[in-house]
Design a binder for this molecule. Structure first.
Ligand code: FMN
Length: 212
């Protein structure tokens, strides 16, 4: 049985605390070697999944025209997204850089592929297959950080448009659209915290003893 030391758990904590969402303002124009990319994907496919269903598929996107089509969806959705905030927040929102589709050398679309047969553990809570895919994304995010590669999650997209652009099977559902690349700098704190968009919640306010 493999056992870890306190130095190991301290290192894991460091990786967790230094993980950042990276947008186009920080990516470098430097290719990620396939071996390195495979290490990130391998971290993803080793995530836990309900009933060991492994309900994930990944599409690697490097082509400029394809990225352009995805970016067009971002532009449309971003306009709609801004409109949900009050006028003062809209002004701040418009200044935010919320994707790195072109700047990142590689984009990865992560799909949930529903299982054709019943999955152990997925009858009472139907959404747990999708949660499994999110576990894969988090593994990728942490491994990318451990490799000093930035990763940004872009959710301001029309999932149907993305499916169409990527020729995805009808039954697949887009869970995450990720932009990956080397960076010039990893921020110490979330960018949205630095820009006073949101503040980090106090750990103690989030944990209850026994019940609410
Ligand atoms: C499900 C999900 C969707 C997200 N979508 C976006 C997005 O569309 N654009 C963006 O700039 N950041 C996006 N983010 C990144 C968050 O803004 C970021 O995680 C948060 O501000 C905390 O910063 P940190 O990841 O650097 O700690 C997303 C994160 C998650 C988990």
């Amino acid at each position: 049985m493999k056992s870890f030391s306190s130095a190991d758990s301290d290192l894991l904590e460091e990786i967790i605390l230094h993980r950042r969402d990276v947008r186009g303002n920080r990516f470098l124009d430097k290719a990620i070697p396939q071996k390195v990319l495979d290490k990130i994907l391998y971290a993803g496919v080793n995530a836990p999944s309900v009933g060991f269903s492994q309900p994930w598929e990944f599409v690697l996107i490097r082509d400029t025209d394809r990225k352009q089509a995805i970016k067009a969806s971002f532009t449309v959705e971003n306009r709609k997204e801004a409109a949900v905030f009050n006028l003062q927040r809209q002004e701040s929102y418009k200044k935010l850089k919320l994707e790195g589709i072109h700047e990142a050398p590689v984009n990865i679309a992560v799909f949930y592929k529903p299982c054709e047969h019943p999955v152990l553990g997925q009858s009472s809570m139907k959404e747990v297959g999708r949660y499994s895919v999110v576990c894969a994304v988090q593994n990728m995010w942490l491994m990318a950080r451990a490799l000093n590669i930035g990763l940004g999650w872009v959710s301001i997209l029309d999932p149907q448009k993305v499916k169409q652009i990527l020729n995805a099977p009808q039954e697949n559902q887009l869970v995450a659209y990720l932009c990956l690349g080397y960076v010039d700098y990893f921020y110490q704190n979330p960018e949205l915290e630095q820009l006073n968009w949101e503040q980090r919640k106090d750990f103690r306010d989030l944990v209850k003893e026994e019940c609410y």
